[in-house]
Design a protein around this ligand. Sequence first.
Ligand SMILES: C[S@@+](CC[C@H](N)C(=O)[O-])C[C@H]1O[C@@H](n2cnc3c(N)ncnc32)[C@H](O)[C@@H]1O
Length: 293
Amino acid sequence: MEFEFYSNLIDRYDSLKYEILKAQTFSEEHYGFLPIYYKVMESDRTRVSAFTRAFDHYDFTDKIVCEAGVGTLALTKHFLSKVKKAYLIENNPDLKNFIQEELEKNGWQDKVEVIFGDAMKVGLPEKVDYIVGELMSIYCGNEYQVQIFKNLRKYLKPDGKLLPEHITNVVQLANIEFEKEHKHYPINFTRHLPEQLSLHQVVNEIDLYQVEELKVKKTLEITPLLSGTVNSVYMHSMVQVAEGCNFTGTDSLMPPTVCKLENPVQVKKGQSVRLNVEYEFGTSLDEAKFWVE
Ligand SMILES: C[S@@+](CC[C@H](N)C(=O)[O-])C[C@H]1O[C@@H](n2cnc3c(N)ncnc32)[C@H](O)[C@@H]1O
């Protein structure tokens, strides 16, 4: 039947609304992500190509590279054949055999040191030219991108580079119905987009070479373009992996996300309001606070 697959998908749109949220949740119980999330990440060409373009932007030939959180080597396999030496860090024990088998299959084992441990704590035996780490989540709210790069950048040569290097987080005032048990959810299908009542505004910029403070506390002045009820914020993260090699969020990584306000408020087109934002890197968006006054 024509459109059979599409028709089946439409029937499931609503039940799929929270599937990425469930699949992406980092769980202490299984020491990392579920196998389904690796599949989501590997199959996302937009996400992978943001990194492969950045690898091409620099020249990794004969360089010393460290990658944190290598997962199923979806990014790693694009640079390993070129480099002189690589330190690969991963703390999900379920991936140990897979990583070792892949390295042996490709004959990379002699130039690779695999460190099974916590990238927030491990040390490296020498300085490196590049540090790669895709441990990102929207606003760096859930994952430990900031903490991990704070630890590893000590081992970067003076002219070395971090990939990614810079993240800009932006916000819009929004309104959407939430199911009771959820405080936030990433957008999987555009029909779950909230009504957006203002333009994007910058909340904070994260310079991964410099960032020290883990807590973010901001107040923004926002002028709504529409009158109505605001009960949430609509969040995007814009990532510079390398200059000119950008990533602005897909369903597999930093999906644009809706997060509830502490309390709903009425706003009027053209009358500015103050949006307060408080959250901490590497905690949970369930603990993040957004409120309008
Ligand atoms: C978002 S996934 C990305 C995987 C892979 N880099 C890719 O792009 O396909 C992040 C990976 O980092 C690992 N990870 C998370 N926190 C870590 C930590 N503190 N130390 C080492 N690995 C970590 C997770 O187990 C997961 O495999």
